[in-house]
Design a protein around this ligand. Sequence first.
Ligand SMILES: Nc1ncnc2c1ncn2[C@@H]1O[C@H](COP(=O)(O)OP(=O)(O)OP(=O)(O)O)[C@@H](O)[C@H]1O
Ligand SMILES: [Mg+2]
Length: 340
Amino acid sequence: MVGMKLAIDFGSANLTIFAENKGIVLCEPSLMIFDKYSGKPIAMGEEAKKMRDRLPASMVEVVPIKDGSVSDYDAACLMLREYINKICMGRLLKPAVLMCVPGSVTALEKKTLIDVLTRAGAGRVCFVEEALAASVGAGVGIRDPKGILICDIGGGISDCAVVSMGRIAAEKSVRVGGNDLTKAIRDYVFREHGIEVGPGTAEEIKKTVGSAIFRTEEICIVAGGKNCETGLPVLFEITSTEVYWILKSYVEEISDCIRSVLESAPVELVTDVAETGILLCGGTANLFGMDRCIEWSVGLTTRRAQQPEDSAALGLGKLWKEKHFLELNGYVFSSSDEED
Ligand SMILES: Nc1ncnc2c1ncn2[C@@H]1O[C@H](COP(=O)(O)OP(=O)(O)OP(=O)(O)O)[C@@H](O)[C@H]1O
Ligand SMILES: [Mg+2]
């Protein structure tokens, strides 16, 4: 039996795995819970996310990937091994992996990722820039000559690139993503309301009343937290206007990143982008009004991909069918031993 072909997007917020001929077979939060004293893993993925706001003192939350690179080697190996084993059950040969990485990835970060994948049971590995993978997943053809600007706004990083004919002509990334927005909401509620909220509650606030544009019709949400002075449980109200002001500077940083990619792109491609516009991918592209905010701020037509959070994994899945094209363009499959 031959080894499987997998496409892996191991992001700061989610781990998504695509298997050849099957499509997306796994999407789990990139999160693990360990026992603080024994160091044993207690939970990972969705189960860990459900537990994270209610952890006893004996447990600790660990994020395997932060801002696009490995932040906890053992947790990253454990998570990947568990899920790769589940997907490749019964296969004798190791799976070959196409994995996306931020455009700003360093050689050392790639080496660490190859080691992690090898320890997790993968065979040969090839890396593709996340923005390129996302563009393909969002429907941009690798033979389309017209340039288009892609911005993948994930959990930890926003990757912007001008892509043409399946190649990156200019790229820039900024370490701002949905996790920063969630943290900014937690910090604000603590500072201004004197209330501590868990990351899950802050994320819920972001998704429900968060906005990249000023909402003329204000909405609000009632959330629960802990009064910092009394330690007692408390309900509080937070409005879309408050959250808009909390998130504003972060969204501006993403717009600035898009503008600076355009500045560094070749003139013909910039002219193309004036026609083709900006395509937003990544989970944070779902933030209310993100497309309109970027359109107003950069002055170019902006649209959101159909499944923004899955674009990169779907694109890697499509790129598996274009292996020859990848090899012609300098993408190589290698294993941990060949790297040494
Ligand atoms: N409706 C929504 N509104 C605002 N944010 C959202 C929404 N849906 C998802 N998100 C955010 O999208 C982020 C996850 O996106 P994604 O899965 O693309 O990240 P990732 O690929 O894991 O991260 P990265 O590529 O930065 O390493 C999370 O921060 C999540 O809160
Ligand atoms: Mg991502």
